[in-house]
Design a protein around this ligand. Structure first.
Ligand SMILES: C[S@@+](CC[C@H](N)C(=O)[O-])C[C@H]1O[C@@H](n2cnc3c(N)ncnc32)[C@H](O)[C@@H]1O
Length: 243
């Protein structure tokens, strides 16, 4: 089944977008803790790599789409841009993020806004760098989200995406399958109030296109010079692309 058709709540009458927003609202309070447990803390290392790539562009205006609780947005403050905007459809996730930003005294630098990646409230060619970490997999309409990103990215700007992928080599492929199919849902059920959320997350991780397949999707939606860099045996991949 294609990733776009995988929904969090099988019996819900709501569309994917509303279900995803609801799910992240539900898990927002323990999202950060779970994130660290699930990735065994490695996600912090991946995020640092993203920040380094973004920094090469000396960005003044940065947009972090699907910013969630703002971890990447907060890290990018070290690049000393003029402004970072974090956008997300889940008000619950943003609320947690806003508290973290206030605690770090960065409320004047990082603005968090509720919004949809498929229809963003920004003018064409606004941002020097756009990031999406673990977000594109949850978009209800991937193509629409990506063309909208191309619209608001400056012609000189860079898009950096961090997303889960699947290791292709033995024994990592088998080990990862076992982890996402059996261990991850159990951890999710133990630690999260939302029992189905983590089954959805592992299901969608198994079916989302990665590597060349995702590069091709980027190209189809207005990007060029796409590059994919698998990290940690291909458990995740960092993509860079230009308009
Ligand atoms: C797995 S979380 C990732 C959060 C954060 N970027 C991180 O790295 O921890 C995915 C986020 O994508 C957001 N999201 C999903 N679809 C979206 C859309 N169409 N527009 C904006 N945000 C979206 C969800 O609300 C959720 O906060």
């Amino acid at each position: 089944m294609s990733a776009e058709k995988i929904n969090p709540y099988k019996d819900s009458e709501l569309g994917k977008k509303e279900q995803v927003a609801q799910m992240f609202d539900n898990i927002s309070e323990n999202y950060d803790g779970l994130n660290r447990v699930i990735s065994l803390g490695i996600d912090v290392k991946w995020r640092k790599k993203v920040v380094k790539i973004v920094g090469k562009n000396n960005p003044k205006q940065i947009l972090d789409i699907a910013t969630g609780t703002g971890d990447l947005a907060l890290m990018m403050a070290s690049l000393k841009p003029e402004k970072i905007v974090g956008l997300d459809i889940s008000a619950g996730m943003l609320e947690v993020g806003k508290q973290k930003i206030a605690k770090a005294n960065l409320s004047d630098k990082i603005e968090m806004i509720v919004g949809d990646s498929e229809e963003m409230p920004f003018k064409d060619n606004t941002f020097d760098a756009i990031t999406v970490s673990f977000g594109v997999r949850n978009f209800a309409h991937l193509d629409k989200g990506l063309t909208e990103i191309a619209r608001v990215l400056k012609p000189t700007g860079v898009l950096v995406i961090l997303e889960t992928s699947n290791p292709t080599k033995f024994p990592f492929k088998q080990g990862y399958k076992f982890y996402t199919n059996f261990i991850l849902p159990v951890i999710g059920k133990l630690f999260s109030k939302d029992k189905v959320a983590y089954s959805y997350l592992s299901e969608s991780a198994n079916s989302f296109p990665f590597g060349d397949a995702f590069n091709n999707i980027l190209k189809k939606n207005g990007f060029t010079h796409t590059k994919d860099t698998p990290v940690t045996f291909g458990v995740a991949t960092i993509y860079t692309a230009y308009k």
